[in-house]
Design a protein around this ligand. Sequence first.
Ligand code: MIC
Ligand code: SF4
Length: 645
Amino acid sequence: MGLTLTEKILKAHLVDGEFVKGREIGIRIDQTLTQDATGTMAYLEFEAIGVPRVKTERSVAYIDHNTLQSGFENADDHRFIGSVAKKHGIYFSRPGNGICHQVHLERFGIPGKTLIGSDSHTPTGGGIGMIAIGAGGLDVAVAMGGGAYYITYPKIVKVNLTGKLSPWVAAKDVILEVLRRLSVKGGVGKVIEYCGEGVKTLTVPERATITNMGAELGATTSVFPSDEVTLEFLKAQDRAEVWTELKADEDAVYDEEVDIDLSKIVPMAACPHSPDNVKTVEEIGKLKIDQVCIGSCTNSSFMDMMKVAYILKGKTVHPDVSLAIAPGSKQVLNMIAQNGALATMIDAGARILESACGPCIGMGQSPNSKGVSLRTFNRNFEGRSGTKDGQIYLVSPEMAALSALTGYLTDPRELGEMPVFEMPRQFVINDNMVEPPAAEADMDSVEVLRGPNIKPYPETHPLVESIECPVSLKVGDNITTDHIMPAGAKILPLRSNIPAISQHCFTVCDEDFPRRAKNLGKSIIVGGVNYGQGSSREHAALAPLYLGIKAVLVKSFARIHRANLINAGILPLTFVNEADYDKISQGDDLAIENVRADIAAGKTELTVINRTKGVEIPVLCELTGRTKDIMLAGGLLDYTRESLR
Ligand code: MIC
Ligand code: SF4
């Protein structure tokens, strides 16, 4: 029986476990990446593990999220990350060099290699045939130290692409179509593998847009084959030598199959407030807009920028609209500066931002009250833009640019004939903003620079005998990490300071939660389906840890967040019967008796006693050998330290 591409790469990297669907496997990690919003914590954890030099083939630390620098905190973190990287063998991509996923694809990604990154959009690397996975910072720290990365052996979904996109229909519309069909939880436990004749019609940046936003499906990752198109891209990046051809065997067997005829796809938008709330332009109708933002790790490539410039040429941004553009990397910005496309954008009235995440994570450019903002980004969760009642629509760069001119959501096919946009044969290469690490002999002399905002990892404790505490919060379905641990210009600078950032935990849902939880001392959170979707930020587990959360009981979890809870030593529980969700109210006193002994004995079905209501509720606590030991030890940091000892 033939193998899928995913299986081939996973097999070549397997270091623990067996290939049985649903079981945990450990894989060797060739490359890691961090960004600055998760990076400080990840490097503090790496230091705590105590391995002097990274054991990966390539580890890169990027500065791209916290570039607003409205106080000393961000700049201090940049210096910390730069110095810690230099000391421990990590390449440092300086602020201004671009968004981690865009730069990694351009300069470091290698087909067939494994990559984990402390950012949920790490699957962008799947655009050149990597198995690239988003993870919590601690998992990345362990991988840098040479430890395996563990995932549930995934189901593999074949997305069979046929046909060719129509003029002005974009890769963004392809992933929006996948989201429309599968939903934000449709990818949990799965890898999405793109195959078929349609693949060769898509350029690498287009493929990367699709794999990037596979994160919104909740998928473990998404991957494209590595073919001639990949080779041409790598050649143009002066990296042809890293190319290998990679594809699934003809007779590979998949768990699920989805057929997409590219020629049938039409321009679409994800409507507020979820990336799977997808409608066609026709269905949305004539929507007046206030703002357009173009950029983010989903759509900020050179090709995206060239299309935008073409549409803006000789025109003026509509008087009622503010247009912001953030090219994804220094390479992209440099190239559009050199070929005049940047001048075209400036001329049309675009507000040019630095090559960074910017508005995507609420670092500036928040829309006006109730403002309608079209964004080429990947997430439109409520409040993420920084404006609580902002109405964010996720669209292609083509639709965004044209709409910025017309003042309302406009079908880009109205542009008529489309010129051919050629991929460059040679990108402008200058890695001068990537600092190599110190040579091994000089490592000891590098001083790590720590600012006063950098506080240590929160205190952890081995799992207690019994958990007895009240429910401090009950929430509904599809809670995102932006609810649990909001980001944005005010809160993101606190990422290195768990005591301070925890004061903002869940405040989007309940302003009083941090104070209440802290006063209770210990408590439990109850939630609905797909709890913790979105970001990889381990802060969504570390802040609850600091606030005394002992367990989270929900209908179902998103993958990375569940792993982060386990890493933080917080018990992840799911209802056996979803209807039992109704048998618990906020404030109820719950008990899980003898939980330590039961988990140590490998029991996966536990009983939660609701002492307030006098009912017993069966719950699942599915921990395997390794995750069980992590939980007993009080989290991955303690477990790793113990195992190294
Ligand atoms: C995001 O898009 O939500 C982020 C900000 O990039 C996060 C990482 C973070 O919270 O620091 C992600 O996607 O993992
Ligand atoms: Fe940055 Fe936005 Fe991409 Fe997250 S989704 S890495 S915030 S650009």
